[in-house]
Design a binder for this molecule. Structure first.
Ligand code: NDP
Length: 485
Protein backbone atom coordinates (compact mmCIF):
# COMPACT_ATOMS: atom_id res chain seq x y z
CA UNK A 1 0.00 0.00 0.00
CA UNK A 2 1.42 3.36 -0.95
CA UNK A 3 -0.35 5.30 1.70
CA UNK A 4 1.14 8.27 3.49
CA UNK A 5 0.02 7.22 6.95
CA UNK A 6 1.24 3.64 6.74
CA UNK A 7 3.46 2.70 9.70
CA UNK A 8 7.14 2.46 8.77
CA UNK A 9 8.14 -0.66 10.74
CA UNK A 10 6.62 -3.63 12.53
CA UNK A 11 6.96 -2.57 16.15
CA UNK A 12 6.92 0.62 18.16
CA UNK A 13 9.23 0.42 21.16
CA UNK A 14 10.73 3.07 23.41
CA UNK A 15 9.18 5.94 21.50
CA UNK A 16 10.19 4.88 18.00
CA UNK A 17 9.61 2.38 15.23
CA UNK A 18 11.64 -0.80 15.49
CA UNK A 19 12.23 -3.55 12.94
CA UNK A 20 13.64 -7.01 13.43
CA UNK A 21 13.29 -9.05 10.26
CA UNK A 22 14.40 -12.18 12.11
CA UNK A 23 10.78 -12.51 13.30
CA UNK A 24 8.29 -14.55 11.26
CA UNK A 25 6.73 -12.68 8.36
CA UNK A 26 3.09 -11.70 8.77
CA UNK A 27 1.30 -10.68 5.57
CA UNK A 28 -1.18 -7.83 5.98
CA UNK A 29 -4.06 -8.50 3.61
CA UNK A 30 -6.66 -5.98 2.46
CA UNK A 31 -9.85 -8.00 3.02
CA UNK A 32 -11.75 -6.25 0.23
CA UNK A 33 -9.40 -7.52 -2.47
CA UNK A 34 -7.24 -10.21 -0.90
CA UNK A 35 -4.10 -8.24 -1.85
CA UNK A 36 -1.07 -8.04 0.42
CA UNK A 37 -0.75 -4.39 1.40
CA UNK A 38 2.06 -4.62 3.93
CA UNK A 39 4.32 -7.06 5.72
CA UNK A 40 5.22 -7.03 9.38
CA UNK A 41 7.41 -9.34 11.42
CA UNK A 42 6.49 -11.10 14.63
CA UNK A 43 8.39 -9.88 17.66
CA UNK A 44 11.52 -11.85 18.47
CA UNK A 45 12.46 -12.40 22.14
CA UNK A 46 14.84 -9.45 21.70
CA UNK A 47 11.97 -7.13 20.69
CA UNK A 48 9.74 -8.38 23.50
CA UNK A 49 12.53 -7.77 26.00
CA UNK A 50 13.15 -4.26 24.64
CA UNK A 51 9.45 -3.42 24.90
CA UNK A 52 8.99 -4.63 28.47
CA UNK A 53 12.23 -3.00 29.63
CA UNK A 54 11.23 0.30 27.98
CA UNK A 55 7.79 0.13 29.59
CA UNK A 56 9.31 -0.54 32.99
CA UNK A 57 11.58 2.50 32.72
CA UNK A 58 8.83 4.76 31.43
CA UNK A 59 6.34 3.64 34.04
CA UNK A 60 8.49 4.80 36.96
CA UNK A 61 8.85 8.24 35.41
CA UNK A 62 5.18 8.45 34.39
CA UNK A 63 3.87 7.43 37.81
CA UNK A 64 5.87 10.33 39.29
CA UNK A 65 4.37 12.79 36.77
CA UNK A 66 1.46 14.81 38.09
CA UNK A 67 -1.93 13.36 37.14
CA UNK A 68 -2.85 16.69 35.56
CA UNK A 69 0.12 16.46 33.19
CA UNK A 70 -0.71 12.84 32.43
CA UNK A 71 -4.22 13.95 31.57
CA UNK A 72 -2.92 16.69 29.28
CA UNK A 73 -0.89 14.19 27.26
CA UNK A 74 -3.94 12.01 26.75
CA UNK A 75 -6.11 14.98 25.83
CA UNK A 76 -3.54 16.16 23.28
CA UNK A 77 -3.43 12.65 21.81
CA UNK A 78 -7.23 12.74 21.52
CA UNK A 79 -7.05 16.03 19.64
CA UNK A 80 -4.39 14.79 17.22
CA UNK A 81 -6.37 11.64 16.60
CA UNK A 82 -9.50 13.60 15.86
CA UNK A 83 -7.67 15.96 13.49
CA UNK A 84 -6.31 12.95 11.58
CA UNK A 85 -9.53 11.02 11.68
CA UNK A 86 -9.82 10.70 7.92
CA UNK A 87 -6.32 9.33 7.34
CA UNK A 88 -6.58 7.00 10.34
CA UNK A 89 -9.96 5.77 9.14
CA UNK A 90 -8.56 4.97 5.70
CA UNK A 91 -5.78 2.97 7.34
CA UNK A 92 -8.31 1.19 9.54
CA UNK A 93 -10.33 0.32 6.45
CA UNK A 94 -7.22 -1.20 4.83
CA UNK A 95 -6.42 -3.07 8.05
CA UNK A 96 -9.90 -4.50 8.65
CA UNK A 97 -11.89 -4.14 5.42
CA UNK A 98 -14.62 -2.25 7.29
CA UNK A 99 -16.26 0.42 5.11
CA UNK A 100 -14.95 3.95 5.46
CA UNK A 101 -18.53 4.99 6.22
CA UNK A 102 -18.07 3.06 9.50
CA UNK A 103 -14.42 3.68 10.29
CA UNK A 104 -14.92 7.45 9.98
CA UNK A 105 -17.33 7.38 12.94
CA UNK A 106 -16.48 4.32 15.04
CA UNK A 107 -12.75 3.74 15.30
CA UNK A 108 -10.32 6.65 15.72
CA UNK A 109 -13.32 8.67 16.92
CA UNK A 110 -14.09 6.13 19.63
CA UNK A 111 -10.37 5.93 20.45
CA UNK A 112 -10.13 9.69 20.82
CA UNK A 113 -13.27 9.71 22.98
CA UNK A 114 -11.52 7.31 25.37
CA UNK A 115 -8.30 9.36 25.40
CA UNK A 116 -10.27 12.52 26.04
CA UNK A 117 -12.46 10.98 28.74
CA UNK A 118 -9.59 9.46 30.71
CA UNK A 119 -7.41 12.51 30.07
CA UNK A 120 -10.19 14.54 31.64
CA UNK A 121 -10.52 12.48 34.79
CA UNK A 122 -6.82 11.72 35.36
CA UNK A 123 -6.39 14.51 37.88
CA UNK A 124 -9.59 13.60 39.70
CA UNK A 125 -8.35 10.16 40.70
CA UNK A 126 -7.97 10.37 44.43
CA UNK A 127 -8.02 8.20 47.50
CA UNK A 128 -10.22 8.84 50.50
CA UNK A 129 -10.00 9.82 54.12
CA UNK A 130 -11.59 7.39 56.58
CA UNK A 131 -12.03 8.81 60.07
CA UNK A 132 -11.73 6.36 63.00
CA UNK A 133 -12.10 8.70 65.93
CA UNK A 134 -8.66 10.03 66.81
CA UNK A 135 -6.91 7.76 64.35
CA UNK A 136 -7.63 7.69 60.66
CA UNK A 137 -6.91 5.88 57.43
CA UNK A 138 -6.19 7.39 54.08
CA UNK A 139 -6.11 5.51 50.80
CA UNK A 140 -3.82 6.13 47.86
CA UNK A 141 -4.80 5.09 44.34
CA UNK A 142 -1.64 3.65 42.81
CA UNK A 143 -0.84 2.34 39.36
CA UNK A 144 -0.36 -1.38 38.80
CA UNK A 145 2.90 -1.06 36.83
CA UNK A 146 3.64 -2.51 33.41
CA UNK A 147 0.42 -3.70 31.76
CA UNK A 148 -0.14 -5.83 28.68
CA UNK A 149 -2.97 -5.25 26.23
CA UNK A 150 -3.87 -7.90 23.65
CA UNK A 151 -6.37 -7.05 20.95
CA UNK A 152 -8.82 -8.75 18.60
CA UNK A 153 -9.00 -7.79 14.93
CA UNK A 154 -12.39 -6.14 14.66
CA UNK A 155 -11.66 -2.75 16.28
CA UNK A 156 -7.85 -2.39 16.33
CA UNK A 157 -7.68 1.36 17.03
CA UNK A 158 -10.56 1.37 19.48
CA UNK A 159 -9.27 -1.62 21.44
CA UNK A 160 -5.77 -0.11 21.72
CA UNK A 161 -7.24 3.17 23.01
CA UNK A 162 -9.85 1.62 25.32
CA UNK A 163 -6.99 -0.16 27.05
CA UNK A 164 -4.25 2.47 26.84
CA UNK A 165 -6.31 5.50 27.88
CA UNK A 166 -7.40 4.34 31.36
CA UNK A 167 -4.13 2.45 31.91
CA UNK A 168 -2.02 5.52 31.20
CA UNK A 169 -4.35 7.87 33.10
CA UNK A 170 -3.76 5.73 36.19
CA UNK A 171 0.03 5.92 35.80
CA UNK A 172 0.74 2.56 34.16
CA UNK A 173 2.79 1.80 31.06
CA UNK A 174 1.67 -0.64 28.37
CA UNK A 175 2.94 -3.16 25.89
CA UNK A 176 0.19 -3.80 23.37
CA UNK A 177 -0.02 -6.72 20.95
CA UNK A 178 -2.57 -6.26 18.17
CA UNK A 179 -4.13 -9.23 16.43
CA UNK A 180 -1.82 -10.51 13.75
CA UNK A 181 -4.70 -10.08 11.30
CA UNK A 182 -4.83 -6.28 11.82
CA UNK A 183 -1.40 -5.08 12.96
CA UNK A 184 -1.25 -1.57 11.50
CA UNK A 185 -3.58 0.80 13.36
CA UNK A 186 -2.19 0.36 16.90
CA UNK A 187 1.19 1.57 15.63
CA UNK A 188 -0.42 4.89 14.73
CA UNK A 189 -1.87 5.15 18.25
CA UNK A 190 1.67 4.74 19.60
CA UNK A 191 3.03 7.37 17.22
CA UNK A 192 0.33 9.84 18.26
CA UNK A 193 0.90 9.30 21.98
CA UNK A 194 4.60 10.07 21.50
CA UNK A 195 3.73 13.18 19.54
CA UNK A 196 1.37 14.24 22.32
CA UNK A 197 4.21 14.09 24.85
CA UNK A 198 4.11 10.57 26.29
CA UNK A 199 7.57 9.55 27.44
CA UNK A 200 9.47 7.02 25.33
CA UNK A 201 8.43 3.51 26.29
CA UNK A 202 5.07 4.41 27.83
CA UNK A 203 3.03 2.73 25.10
CA UNK A 204 4.76 0.07 23.02
CA UNK A 205 3.37 -2.08 20.24
CA UNK A 206 4.78 -5.48 19.36
CA UNK A 207 3.46 -7.74 16.64
CA UNK A 208 2.97 -11.46 16.64
CA UNK A 209 0.66 -14.39 17.01
CA UNK A 210 -0.54 -16.09 20.17
CA UNK A 211 2.94 -17.06 21.32
CA UNK A 212 4.08 -13.44 21.49
CA UNK A 213 0.96 -12.70 23.55
CA UNK A 214 1.76 -15.72 25.71
CA UNK A 215 5.34 -14.50 26.33
CA UNK A 216 4.06 -11.08 27.38
CA UNK A 217 1.43 -12.53 29.70
CA UNK A 218 3.90 -14.81 31.48
CA UNK A 219 6.63 -12.21 31.99
CA UNK A 220 7.01 -11.64 35.74
CA UNK A 221 7.51 -7.89 35.25
CA UNK A 222 3.96 -7.57 33.92
CA UNK A 223 1.34 -6.68 36.56
CA UNK A 224 -1.86 -6.81 34.53
CA UNK A 225 -3.23 -8.30 31.33
CA UNK A 226 -6.22 -6.96 29.45
CA UNK A 227 -7.40 -9.19 26.62
CA UNK A 228 -10.04 -8.63 24.00
CA UNK A 229 -10.58 -11.93 22.26
CA UNK A 230 -12.45 -15.19 22.19
CA UNK A 231 -13.49 -17.25 25.20
CA UNK A 232 -10.98 -20.08 24.49
CA UNK A 233 -8.09 -17.58 24.32
CA UNK A 234 -9.47 -15.85 27.41
CA UNK A 235 -9.36 -19.10 29.35
CA UNK A 236 -5.68 -19.63 28.42
CA UNK A 237 -4.61 -16.07 29.13
CA UNK A 238 -6.56 -15.88 32.40
CA UNK A 239 -5.00 -19.17 33.59
CA UNK A 240 -1.50 -17.99 32.73
CA UNK A 241 -2.06 -14.63 34.47
CA UNK A 242 -3.58 -16.37 37.51
CA UNK A 243 -0.48 -18.51 38.00
CA UNK A 244 1.39 -15.30 38.84
CA UNK A 245 -1.61 -13.66 40.57
CA UNK A 246 -1.85 -10.88 37.97
CA UNK A 247 -4.76 -8.52 37.52
CA UNK A 248 -6.87 -9.24 34.45
CA UNK A 249 -9.59 -7.74 32.34
CA UNK A 250 -11.19 -10.19 29.93
CA UNK A 251 -13.38 -8.79 27.15
CA UNK A 252 -14.53 -11.95 25.44
CA UNK A 253 -17.13 -13.26 23.06
CA UNK A 254 -20.89 -13.50 23.20
CA UNK A 255 -24.09 -14.95 21.79
CA UNK A 256 -26.31 -12.15 22.89
CA UNK A 257 -30.12 -12.07 22.71
CA UNK A 258 -32.28 -9.35 21.25
CA UNK A 259 -35.92 -9.74 22.33
CA UNK A 260 -38.57 -8.05 20.20
CA UNK A 261 -42.11 -7.91 21.58
CA UNK A 262 -45.12 -7.59 19.34
CA UNK A 263 -45.91 -4.07 20.60
CA UNK A 264 -42.52 -2.77 19.37
CA UNK A 265 -42.22 -0.20 16.63
CA UNK A 266 -41.52 -2.55 13.73
CA UNK A 267 -39.11 -0.39 11.76
CA UNK A 268 -37.21 0.62 14.86
CA UNK A 269 -36.90 -3.04 15.89
CA UNK A 270 -35.69 -3.99 12.41
CA UNK A 271 -33.07 -1.22 12.66
CA UNK A 272 -32.03 -2.62 16.02
CA UNK A 273 -31.67 -6.10 14.55
CA UNK A 274 -29.60 -4.73 11.64
CA UNK A 275 -27.31 -2.83 14.02
CA UNK A 276 -27.08 -5.93 16.18
CA UNK A 277 -26.00 -8.21 13.34
CA UNK A 278 -24.62 -6.49 10.27
CA UNK A 279 -22.49 -3.57 11.47
CA UNK A 280 -18.84 -4.40 10.73
CA UNK A 281 -20.25 -7.31 8.73
CA UNK A 282 -21.29 -8.96 11.97
CA UNK A 283 -17.81 -8.99 13.47
CA UNK A 284 -18.81 -7.37 16.78
CA UNK A 285 -18.52 -9.11 20.13
CA UNK A 286 -21.72 -7.67 21.61
CA UNK A 287 -23.90 -8.52 18.60
CA UNK A 288 -27.45 -9.62 19.31
CA UNK A 289 -27.33 -12.67 17.08
CA UNK A 290 -30.24 -14.52 18.66
CA UNK A 291 -33.18 -12.38 17.67
CA UNK A 292 -36.26 -13.55 19.61
CA UNK A 293 -39.37 -12.23 17.87
CA UNK A 294 -42.83 -12.61 19.43
CA UNK A 295 -45.00 -14.80 17.24
CA UNK A 296 -47.62 -12.13 16.47
CA UNK A 297 -45.18 -10.02 14.44
CA UNK A 298 -42.75 -12.65 13.24
CA UNK A 299 -43.74 -12.77 9.57
CA UNK A 300 -44.13 -8.97 9.36
CA UNK A 301 -40.70 -8.60 10.97
CA UNK A 302 -39.09 -11.03 8.51
CA UNK A 303 -40.72 -9.35 5.53
CA UNK A 304 -39.58 -5.88 6.63
CA UNK A 305 -36.07 -7.14 7.41
CA UNK A 306 -35.75 -8.77 3.96
CA UNK A 307 -36.89 -5.49 2.41
CA UNK A 308 -34.41 -3.43 4.42
CA UNK A 309 -31.52 -5.77 3.53
CA UNK A 310 -31.85 -4.55 -0.05
CA UNK A 311 -30.30 -1.33 1.27
CA UNK A 312 -26.97 -3.07 1.98
CA UNK A 313 -24.37 -1.59 -0.36
CA UNK A 314 -21.41 -3.90 -0.94
CA UNK A 315 -18.75 -2.11 -2.92
CA UNK A 316 -15.35 -0.51 -2.55
CA UNK A 317 -15.02 0.03 1.22
CA UNK A 318 -13.21 3.31 0.54
CA UNK A 319 -16.33 4.63 -1.21
CA UNK A 320 -18.43 6.24 1.49
CA UNK A 321 -21.62 4.94 -0.12
CA UNK A 322 -20.58 1.37 0.79
CA UNK A 323 -22.19 0.28 4.04
CA UNK A 324 -21.37 -3.43 4.16
CA UNK A 325 -17.82 -4.75 3.91
CA UNK A 326 -16.02 -8.08 3.64
CA UNK A 327 -15.01 -10.54 6.34
CA UNK A 328 -11.64 -9.70 7.85
CA UNK A 329 -9.88 -12.76 6.41
CA UNK A 330 -10.23 -15.86 4.28
CA UNK A 331 -10.21 -17.91 7.47
CA UNK A 332 -13.02 -15.93 9.09
CA UNK A 333 -15.05 -16.13 5.88
CA UNK A 334 -14.66 -19.92 5.84
CA UNK A 335 -15.66 -20.19 9.51
CA UNK A 336 -18.84 -18.22 8.80
CA UNK A 337 -19.58 -20.25 5.65
CA UNK A 338 -19.30 -23.36 7.83
CA UNK A 339 -21.95 -21.99 10.18
CA UNK A 340 -24.26 -21.07 7.30
CA UNK A 341 -23.98 -24.66 6.04
CA UNK A 342 -24.76 -25.97 9.54
CA UNK A 343 -27.79 -23.69 9.79
CA UNK A 344 -29.17 -25.19 6.56
CA UNK A 345 -28.28 -28.78 7.56
CA UNK A 346 -29.92 -28.47 10.96
CA UNK A 347 -33.21 -27.25 9.45
CA UNK A 348 -33.20 -23.48 9.86
CA UNK A 349 -35.09 -21.60 7.11
CA UNK A 350 -32.78 -19.41 5.04
CA UNK A 351 -34.67 -16.15 4.49
CA UNK A 352 -31.94 -14.00 2.98
CA UNK A 353 -28.33 -14.19 1.83
CA UNK A 354 -26.23 -17.24 2.59
CA UNK A 355 -23.80 -16.92 -0.29
CA UNK A 356 -20.27 -15.81 -0.96
CA UNK A 357 -20.15 -12.83 -3.28
CA UNK A 358 -18.13 -13.67 -6.36
CA UNK A 359 -15.40 -11.10 -6.39
CA UNK A 360 -11.88 -10.79 -5.01
CA UNK A 361 -11.65 -10.57 -1.24
CA UNK A 362 -13.70 -12.22 1.48
CA UNK A 363 -17.27 -11.18 0.87
CA UNK A 364 -20.39 -12.82 2.26
CA UNK A 365 -23.98 -11.71 1.91
CA UNK A 366 -25.88 -10.53 4.98
CA UNK A 367 -27.69 -13.69 5.99
CA UNK A 368 -30.93 -14.30 7.87
CA UNK A 369 -32.23 -17.60 9.18
CA UNK A 370 -35.76 -18.02 10.57
CA UNK A 371 -37.33 -20.89 12.52
CA UNK A 372 -34.11 -21.27 14.45
CA UNK A 373 -34.39 -23.35 17.61
CA UNK A 374 -32.33 -23.07 20.78
CA UNK A 375 -30.46 -26.31 20.20
CA UNK A 376 -29.16 -25.46 16.71
CA UNK A 377 -25.44 -24.76 16.40
CA UNK A 378 -26.09 -21.30 14.93
CA UNK A 379 -28.11 -20.42 18.05
CA UNK A 380 -25.47 -21.66 20.47
CA UNK A 381 -22.05 -20.73 19.10
CA UNK A 382 -20.56 -17.33 18.41
CA UNK A 383 -20.31 -17.00 14.62
CA UNK A 384 -18.68 -13.57 14.35
CA UNK A 385 -20.09 -12.88 10.93
CA UNK A 386 -23.23 -11.49 9.26
CA UNK A 387 -25.63 -14.26 10.27
CA UNK A 388 -28.84 -13.28 12.03
CA UNK A 389 -30.98 -16.01 13.60
CA UNK A 390 -34.66 -15.40 14.25
CA UNK A 391 -36.21 -17.50 17.01
CA UNK A 392 -39.86 -17.07 17.90
CA UNK A 393 -41.53 -17.00 21.32
CA UNK A 394 -44.92 -16.65 23.00
CA UNK A 395 -44.48 -15.18 26.47
CA UNK A 396 -42.20 -12.73 28.24
CA UNK A 397 -41.21 -15.35 30.79
CA UNK A 398 -40.25 -17.80 28.08
CA UNK A 399 -38.22 -15.19 26.18
CA UNK A 400 -36.20 -14.26 29.27
CA UNK A 401 -35.46 -17.87 30.20
CA UNK A 402 -34.32 -18.71 26.68
CA UNK A 403 -32.36 -15.47 26.29
CA UNK A 404 -30.37 -16.33 29.41
CA UNK A 405 -29.81 -19.98 28.51
CA UNK A 406 -26.25 -19.51 27.27
CA UNK A 407 -22.79 -19.64 28.79
CA UNK A 408 -22.23 -16.10 27.52
CA UNK A 409 -23.43 -12.80 28.99
CA UNK A 410 -21.96 -9.87 27.11
CA UNK A 411 -25.02 -7.94 25.97
CA UNK A 412 -28.80 -8.13 25.57
CA UNK A 413 -31.49 -5.93 24.10
CA UNK A 414 -35.25 -5.48 24.21
CA UNK A 415 -37.66 -3.69 21.90
CA UNK A 416 -41.08 -2.83 23.31
CA UNK A 417 -43.27 0.25 23.78
CA UNK A 418 -44.21 -0.95 27.28
CA UNK A 419 -41.84 0.90 29.60
CA UNK A 420 -42.49 -1.33 32.61
CA UNK A 421 -41.86 -4.44 30.60
CA UNK A 422 -38.63 -2.99 29.18
CA UNK A 423 -37.16 -2.46 32.64
CA UNK A 424 -38.55 -5.72 34.01
CA UNK A 425 -36.92 -7.67 31.19
CA UNK A 426 -33.59 -5.84 31.43
CA UNK A 427 -33.51 -6.48 35.18
CA UNK A 428 -33.62 -10.20 34.46
CA UNK A 429 -31.07 -10.34 31.64
CA UNK A 430 -27.77 -11.98 32.57
CA UNK A 431 -25.63 -9.53 30.60
CA UNK A 432 -23.14 -6.75 31.16
CA UNK A 433 -24.51 -4.27 28.60
CA UNK A 434 -28.24 -3.94 27.95
CA UNK A 435 -30.18 -1.87 25.45
CA UNK A 436 -33.79 -0.68 25.49
CA UNK A 437 -35.15 0.12 22.01
CA UNK A 438 -31.58 0.32 20.72
CA UNK A 439 -28.60 -1.93 20.15
CA UNK A 440 -24.78 -1.84 20.23
CA UNK A 441 -24.24 1.70 21.52
CA UNK A 442 -20.92 1.88 23.38
CA UNK A 443 -20.26 5.40 24.69
CA UNK A 444 -17.04 5.75 26.69
CA UNK A 445 -19.08 7.07 29.62
CA UNK A 446 -20.76 3.67 30.14
CA UNK A 447 -19.07 0.58 31.62
CA UNK A 448 -18.52 -2.16 29.04
CA UNK A 449 -17.90 -5.83 29.73
CA UNK A 450 -19.50 -9.19 30.18
CA UNK A 451 -20.79 -11.59 32.81
CA UNK A 452 -20.45 -15.39 32.86
CA UNK A 453 -18.01 -16.65 30.17
CA UNK A 454 -18.06 -13.28 28.38
CA UNK A 455 -15.53 -11.78 30.70
CA UNK A 456 -14.17 -10.28 33.84
CA UNK A 457 -13.83 -6.59 34.63
CA UNK A 458 -15.09 -3.52 32.84
CA UNK A 459 -13.66 -1.17 30.25
CA UNK A 460 -14.61 2.49 29.84
CA UNK A 461 -16.31 4.82 32.33
CA UNK A 462 -15.19 5.45 35.89
CA UNK A 463 -15.50 1.71 36.48
CA UNK A 464 -12.35 1.08 34.41
CA UNK A 465 -10.28 2.96 36.97
CA UNK A 466 -10.78 0.17 39.50
CA UNK A 467 -9.30 -2.25 37.00
CA UNK A 468 -6.18 -0.20 36.19
CA UNK A 469 -5.19 0.90 39.68
CA UNK A 470 -4.97 -0.47 43.19
CA UNK A 471 -5.60 1.05 46.57
CA UNK A 472 -3.04 1.39 49.32
CA UNK A 473 -4.52 1.88 52.80
CA UNK A 474 -2.48 3.84 55.29
CA UNK A 475 -3.43 3.59 58.96
CA UNK A 476 -2.38 6.67 60.93
CA UNK A 477 -2.17 6.35 64.73
CA UNK A 478 -2.23 9.72 66.41
CA UNK A 479 -1.25 8.49 69.91
CA UNK A 480 1.36 6.08 71.19
CA UNK A 481 1.44 2.59 69.81
CA UNK A 482 0.73 -0.01 72.51
CA UNK A 483 1.37 -3.76 72.58
CA UNK A 484 0.47 -6.75 74.83
CA UNK A 485 4.02 -7.13 76.06
P1 NDP B 1 -8.66 -14.53 19.51
O1 NDP B 1 -9.09 -14.98 20.86
O2 NDP B 1 -8.33 -15.54 18.50
O3 NDP B 1 -7.38 -13.59 19.65
C1 NDP B 1 -7.38 -12.45 20.48
C2 NDP B 1 -5.94 -12.00 20.68
O4 NDP B 1 -5.27 -12.91 21.55
C3 NDP B 1 -5.13 -11.96 19.40
O5 NDP B 1 -4.24 -10.86 19.45
C4 NDP B 1 -4.39 -13.27 19.46
O6 NDP B 1 -3.23 -13.28 18.69
C5 NDP B 1 -4.08 -13.36 20.93
N1 NDP B 1 -3.79 -14.69 21.42
C6 NDP B 1 -4.16 -15.89 20.91
N2 NDP B 1 -3.72 -16.91 21.69
C7 NDP B 1 -3.05 -16.34 22.72
C8 NDP B 1 -2.35 -16.86 23.87
N3 NDP B 1 -2.27 -18.17 24.11
N4 NDP B 1 -1.78 -15.98 24.71
C9 NDP B 1 -1.88 -14.65 24.50
N5 NDP B 1 -2.51 -14.11 23.44
C10 NDP B 1 -3.09 -14.94 22.56
O7 NDP B 1 -9.81 -13.55 19.02
P2 NDP B 1 -10.00 -12.90 17.58
O8 NDP B 1 -8.84 -12.01 17.28
O9 NDP B 1 -10.37 -13.96 16.62
O10 NDP B 1 -11.25 -11.94 17.85
C11 NDP B 1 -12.55 -12.40 17.87
C12 NDP B 1 -13.02 -12.67 19.28
O11 NDP B 1 -12.84 -11.52 20.08
C13 NDP B 1 -14.49 -12.98 19.33
O12 NDP B 1 -14.74 -14.04 20.23
C14 NDP B 1 -15.10 -11.71 19.86
O13 NDP B 1 -16.33 -11.89 20.49
C15 NDP B 1 -14.03 -11.24 20.78
N6 NDP B 1 -14.17 -9.80 21.00
C16 NDP B 1 -14.59 -9.36 22.24
C17 NDP B 1 -14.81 -8.02 22.46
C18 NDP B 1 -15.23 -7.51 23.80
O14 NDP B 1 -14.99 -6.34 24.08
N7 NDP B 1 -15.84 -8.30 24.66
C19 NDP B 1 -14.63 -7.03 21.37
C20 NDP B 1 -14.13 -7.60 20.16
C21 NDP B 1 -13.94 -8.95 19.99
P3 NDP B 1 -3.30 -13.70 17.12
O15 NDP B 1 -4.69 -13.58 16.65
O16 NDP B 1 -2.39 -12.74 16.47
O17 NDP B 1 -2.84 -15.11 17.09
Amino acid sequence: MQYATQPTASHYVNGEYLEDTAGDEIAVIYPATGERIATVHAATPKVIEAAIAAAERAQAQWAATSPRERGRVLTRAAQIMRERNHALSVLETYDTGKPLQETLVADATSGSDALEYFGGIANGLTGEHIPLGEDWVYTVREPLGVCVGIGAWNYPTQIACWKAAPALACGNAMVFKPSETTPLSALKVAEILTEAGAPAGLFNVVQGMGEVGGALVSDPRVAKVSLTGSVPTGRKVYASAASQMKHVTMELGGKSPLVIFDDADLDSAVSGAINANFYSSGQVCSNGTRVFVQKGIKEAFLARLAERLKGAVMGDPLDEATNFGPMVSQRQMEIVQGYIAKGKDEGARLVAGGNRIERDGFWLEPTVFADVTDDMTIAREEIFGPVLSVLDFDTEEEAIARANATEYGLAAGVFTRDISRAHRVVAQFHAGSCFINSYNDAPVEAPFGGVKASGVGRENSKAAIDHWSQLKSVYVRMGDCEAAF
